[in-house]
Design a protein around this ligand. Structure first.
Ligand code: AP5
Ligand code: ZN
Length: 216
């Protein structure tokens, strides 16, 4: 199963990807997470990406394409993978097709999460994550069962992303509508697109996704 989760910042791609990982045992390939790890490690890619990410702009296509192509070759991707936050431009979408063709692989489905702008801003403003394991929470919608303690790993350290503020979020949304939303038509034309209501609560969105995956 090779799927793409498509949707604006804060639509719930990362949240749903984690659930698919747990249920189906295929890895989540988040270009955002990979780039944040590169920034943290201070690699050449990280140095190129840091300021762009902080401003809510896209990292150059060739940088991201190379990271994903390398990651797909890892053994844990043999049974499939979830692309989260990639592709994000038409150039990246074409590169994905070529990349998969060259490896003899086919895309199973592209799932689009549809969410209103006001809700996206609300979600991103309330987001924080575990500093240790990366589990994602929200100030009101998804709090740990025991206050201040990560459900998954027990850590008491949490962090917020530097790009999760109102100003950067405005740029991220503009970039999404200009650069990424054309992918909706691109994948529809290829018969790969399934759009779902991402406004529903986390559990219901998972159910909609599982209904699609069950038919593959
Ligand atoms: P990236 O990390 O990919 O961020 P994004 O696309 O902006 O998406 P988010 O991670 O913000 O949102 P999400 O949809 O995963 O939502 P989440 O599940 O966390 O990219 C960051 C930056 O990296 C980019 O700006 C760019 O600079 C660079 N980059 C990355 N990929 C690139 C690429 N391919 N090309 C070029 N540059 C690239 O949910 C959000 C919040 O809402 C959470 O708090 C969650 O708990 C809550 N929530 C989730 N679902 C629900 C629900 N159904 N109801 C209520 N609350 C919910
Ligand atoms: Zn944790």
């Amino acid at each position: 199963m090779r799927l793409i989760l498509l949707g604006p910042p804060g639509a719930g791609k990362g949240t749903q990807a984690q659930r698919i990982v747990e249920k189906h045992g295929i890895p989540q390939l988040s270009t955002g997470d990979m780039l944040r790890a590169a920034v943290q490690a201070g690699t050449e890619v990280g140095k190129r990406a840091e300021a762009l990410m902080k401003a809510g702009k896209l990292v150059p296509d060739e940088v991201v394409n190379a990271i994903v192509s390398e990651r797909i070759d890892q053994p844990d991707c043999a049974r499939g993978f979830i692309l989260d936050g990639f592709p994000r431009t038409l150039v990246q979408a074409d590169a994905t097709e070529k990349m998969l063709n060259a490896k003899g692989l086919e895309l199973s489905v592209v799932i689009e999460l549809k969410v209103d702008d006001a809700e996206l801003i609300r979600r991103v403003s309330g987001r924080y994550s575990c500093s240790n394991c990366g589990s994602v929470y929200h100030d009101t919608d998804k709090v740990p069962a025991s206050a201040g303690v990560c459900d998954k790993c027990g850590s008491t350290h949490f962090k917020r992303r530097p790009d999760d503020n109102a100003e950067t979020m405005a740029t991220r949304l503009q970039v999404y509508y200009k650069e990424t939303s054309p992918l909706i038509g691109y994948y529809y034309a290829k018969g790969k697109l399934q759009s779902i209501d991402g406004m529903a609560d986390i559990e219901h969105v998972t159910e909609s996704i599982e209904a699609i995956l069950a038919k593959l």
